[in-house]
Design a protein around this ligand. Structure first.
Ligand SMILES: Cc1ncc(COP(=O)(O)O)c(C=O)c1O
Length: 388
């Protein structure tokens, strides 16, 4: 009855986990959830005020499909000043979240049968969106030992005449890995030599802890031409519900994405666009305080996890996730079964690593308060140790 395209889609496991946690809590269960993929902070006051003011000012109608000119200009300015990516406002398309921006990019770049390289562990949405674009994912595996950074040989081996694009996501969801400049240079050189595109999802850009975030499109005009740089306000400004993301690309690609968006959603919410404009123009201080808090929590959660025997965890350079390797504790179980066991028996929710093609791991967010982090990891520890 349904299209083949729709039957290819996997229900979002993180949303399913959130629903399960909500149901258990409804029955009075005390659950600690490491599942969320969003900051636990409120949107800063001035941004909310800008949204309210936009309503008062009557900005409640359709806007240009690709976004209001002021916002596209502010994004182009930001990309030039903060990221060294030279773009004009016409090259910027504002969408309903970075998720839509990634989808627009893949639909604009890929023909049926094209291949898209994914670096595992990866945000699972990429796989489903590649399927919707009727392209094929080609997965490059990475490991805890190398901090989830892909090797040049593995990247080379993934390239074929059908390669249309690579998706990079630095800092990464779920591993928190930040790709160093040298690795980005290697990827850029491969893209130029073999003639494929880079879709660079930089949504966690502002959430880095000592590691340097580099936009691959800043590495030269040749790679800039081939790159779709994606970012948004969801994570940096605690604005997940406002739904504003953006993409910047060469003019032909930007025009293609805009034409697609014209026919699918038109503009993202007008009110949110004004709020996003305020976010990009406001002082960085409230964001810095949030990042500092995340950094303290990162230390805390790593310290707590280190107390569990045989759990290995790379130190993430960014985002708000840790991705411990729990293979030593599986004793024949899958990570899906392990996560179900931890939730049912020990009242702690984690996302199983296989969701991200990182089997044998768990993804834990540290976007929750310190007390819950300590208690949650204690429950995981208890759960794992009672299995072995
Ligand atoms: C890697 C990555 N990209 C994009 C998004 C989606 O961002 P947005 O809320 O702007 O759609 C997420 C959200 O979890 C993410 O983890």
């Amino acid at each position: 009855m349904l299209s083949e395209r729709i039957s290819l889609l996997n229900p979002s496991p993180t949303l399913a986990l959130t629903a399960k946690v909500a149901e258990l809590r409804k029955y009075g269960e005390d659950i600690i959830s490491f599942g969320a993929g969003e900051p636990d902070f409120g949107t800063p006051g001035p941004i909310c005020e800008a949204g309210i003011q936009a309503i008062r000012d009557g900005h409640t109608r359709y806007t240009a499909s690709a976004g209001i000119p002021e916002l596209r200009s502010a994004i182009a300015d930001k990309l030039v000043k903060e990221n060294g990516v030279t773009v004009a406002p016409e090259q910027v398309i504002v969408s309903a979240g970075a998720k839509q921006s990634v989808f627009n990019a893949l639909m604009t770049l890929c023909n049926p049968g094209d291949e898209v390289i994914l670096i595992a562990p990866y945000w699972m949405t990429y796989r489903d969106q590649i399927a919707l674009a009727e392209a094929t994912p080609v997965v490059v595996q990475t490991a805890v030992e190398t901090g989830y950074v892909p090797s040049l040989d593995d990247l080379r081996a993934a390239i074929s005449p059908k390669t249309k694009a690579i998706i990079i996501n630095s800092p990464s969801n779920p591993s928190g890995a930040v790709l160093p400049r040298e690795k980005l240079k290697e990827i850029a050189a491969l893209a130029i030599r073999h003639g494929f595109h880079v879709v660079s999802d930089e949504i966690y850009e502002k959430l880095t802890y000592g590691a340097e975030h580099i936009s691959i499109a800043s590495l030269g005009s040749e790679i800039a031409e081939r790159t779709v740089t994606i970012n948004g306000v969801s994570k940096a400004f605690a604005m997940t519900g406002w739904r504003i993301g953006y993409a910047a690309a060469s003019l032909p690609i930007a025009k293609g994405m805009s034409a697609l968006q014209d026919q699918v959603t038109s503009n993202p919410a007008s009110i949110s666009q004004y709020a996003a404009l305020a976010a990009l123009k406001m002082p960085f201080e409230p964001v810095r305080a949030m990042v500092e808090e995340f950094e303290c929590r990162r230390e805390l959660i790593l310290g707590e996890l280190a107390k569990i025997p045989e759990v290995r965890c790379a130190k993430p350079g960014g985002a708000f996730y840790v991705f411990p390797d729990v293979r030593a504790h599986l004793s024949g179980r899958t990570d899906l079964e392990l996560a179900a066991y931890l939730l049912e028996e020990h009242k702690v929710a984690c996302v199983p690593g296989s969701v991200f093609e990182g089997d044998g791991h768990l993804r834990l967010t540290y976007a929750l308060d310190r007390h819950q982090i300590v208690e949650g990891v204690r429950r995981i520890s208890e759960g794992l140790q009672s299995l072995t």
